[in-house]
Design a protein around this ligand. Sequence first.
Ligand code: DOR
Ligand code: ZN
Length: 348
Amino acid sequence: MTSTANRLTIRRPDDWHVHLRDGAVMAGVVPHTARQFARAIVMPNLSPPVSTVAEGAAYRDRILAALPQGTDFTPLMVSYLTDGIAPEELRRGFGEGVFTAAKLYPAHATTGSAHGVTDVANIHPALEAMQEIGMPLLVHGEVTDPAVDIFDREAVFIERVMIPLLARFPALKVVFEHITTADAAQFVEAAAPHVGATITPQHLHINRNAMFVGGIRPHAYCLPVAKREHHRLALRKAATGGSAKFFLGTDSAPHAVAAKEAACGCAGIFNAPFALESYVAVFEEEGALDRFEAFASLNGPAFYGLPVNAGTVTLEKAPCEVPAVIDANGTPIVPFHAGETLGWRLVG
Ligand code: DOR
Ligand code: ZN
């Protein structure tokens, strides 16, 4: 890392959690991620989901075909765990280098989770295999019990699912994805070294009030939903505090404007276009620019057991205007920070 007052150069970063979608929209969003990141963990919640080795390889090919010519970007694929997932499929996918990890969506927890796991006991054989071969489990950590308040679903998940899961599979590599609470940050910090977490830019910038400023704000809605201010502050400490357990994962989740601005608007924030600019603002505000490289470029590869990237990216202290809407190959999408001017700009 090299830095002056106005420039910050770090090793090329990775996005350890992104939704790239499929078809025409994919071609519109992939370049934003590929412009900033060398690799990305690509979420498999398509319809139908990406579960088998053949589906993972085909989706990877479609992403690579959608890259602008000459782009150096590697999508890392993830198998979507279903109740009936065959452990052999995971072993083969991981062994052949098609799958880097597998994702646990509790059924009906979020967008595209209808085929998710109804009871973790159903995937015990899969988790056994993953533990044995060192394949990371990526977890959407929210209970789906309608009796649990939506703002408590992550904290309750720790007690009801995460603790028993780690007790049963003590050597399983686990990423607690997009954590949103002080509870999750503390839990991960205290857990074994092979338990880590991703943190999104939005959960570092906004608390739950953002969804209700002067009216309902669908573009601030994602899942897990933003929580109270003290949780946001705890996440900022976790991300900028120097622990190797926390790393960058945007959870960029594009939806067309019309699907967000609706009577039942979709969950998801499209932060890919200015993700690094968004994160670096937080590190600057926390007086932790010297720790940005570890969060963005070093902790993730170390956790996954992958090499760090060659090459660097440079951010410059200069106004960066975020447009009100971005055209993703014909689909209008409102980006995170729409209409704001951020203080850092990615220059190369
Ligand atoms: O807000 C979200 N959007 N959270 C998720 O877990 C899924 C994602 C999506 O795919 O839109
Ligand atoms: Zn996600």
